[in-house]
Design a protein around this ligand. Structure first.
Ligand SMILES: [Zn+2]
Length: 220
């Protein structure tokens, strides 16, 4: 028998077929203290639920703070930038799925506007060449570089500090010369970004600052 406590506080007990109920009860009694402790830990660690639609969207990479204004009105939810850092959400704000899609669509657009020229500037400044840039919303990768010289950047980079984004760009640009993580590759990275170790670590933990409406399977 095995017992597991999920981060939501849900308890799962795995029991072999035909185990007598009495055996399960005594198993649970033996592990009660442990289960209670784990549930308490999960409760303390739980992130407070973020309201959805989000009231504000902070893009650390470019220092932008957007406030979401629910304008209402008929039709499917859609998002358009207004003046003064206002993001206007028109249409049915109750359709969570449509709101999430609209926000993601806006984020992708903003990521293309910000990350593409930034990469090009970075390459020019440091003397790298690449063929094409693509902005994507990948689940697990921050960026990649293909053998044909296409650099992909994750739109979630917008939530990371500028120094981290710049490191990732240098990392992918260095792959245009070294298609591996060899010593020469890291030397190339270090030459343009001496603090690369710390920034790489920060990037690894960077998923935590990505709002769930961007990364999550469902809205909210
Ligand atoms: Zn790499």
């Amino acid at each position: 028998m095995a017992v597991r406590v999920f981060h939501t506080g849900r308890v799962e007990v795995v029991v072999p077929a035909r185990t007598p109920p009495r055996a399960i009860e005594s198993f649970l009694a033996r592990h009660r203290t442990w289960i209670e402790r784990k549930r308490e830990e999960a409760r303390l660690k739980a992130v407070p639920p973020v309201p959805f639609p989000p009231q504000r969207i902070e893009l650390a990479a470019c220092g932008e703070l957007w406030r979401l204004h629910l304008a209402g009105g008929p039709g499917r939810a859609r998002v358009a930038p207004g003046g003064g850092g206002l993001l206007v959400l028109c249409g049915d704000a109750g359709d969570r799925r449509a709101v999430r899609e609209a926000l993601r669509c806006w984020l992708m657009q903003r990521a293309r506007q910000i990350l593409s020229p930034w990469l090009s500037e970075c390459a020019r400044e440091l003397g790298f060449e690449y063929r094409r840039v693509a902005v994507r919303r990948q689940r697990t990768r921050w960026g990649s570089c293909s053998t044909r010289g296409t650099i992909s950047l994750n739109c979630c980079l917008l939530f990371q500090p500028a120094a981290v984004v710049r490191y990732l760009m240098i990392h992918e640009l260095a792959h245009t010369r070294h298609m591996n993580h060899s010593r020469q590759f890291w030397q190339c990275v270090a030459q343009h970004c001496p603090q690369y170790r710390r920034l790489d670590q920060q990037l690894l933990e960077g998923w935590r600052v990505v709002p769930s409406w961007v990364s999550g399977e469902q809205g909210g």
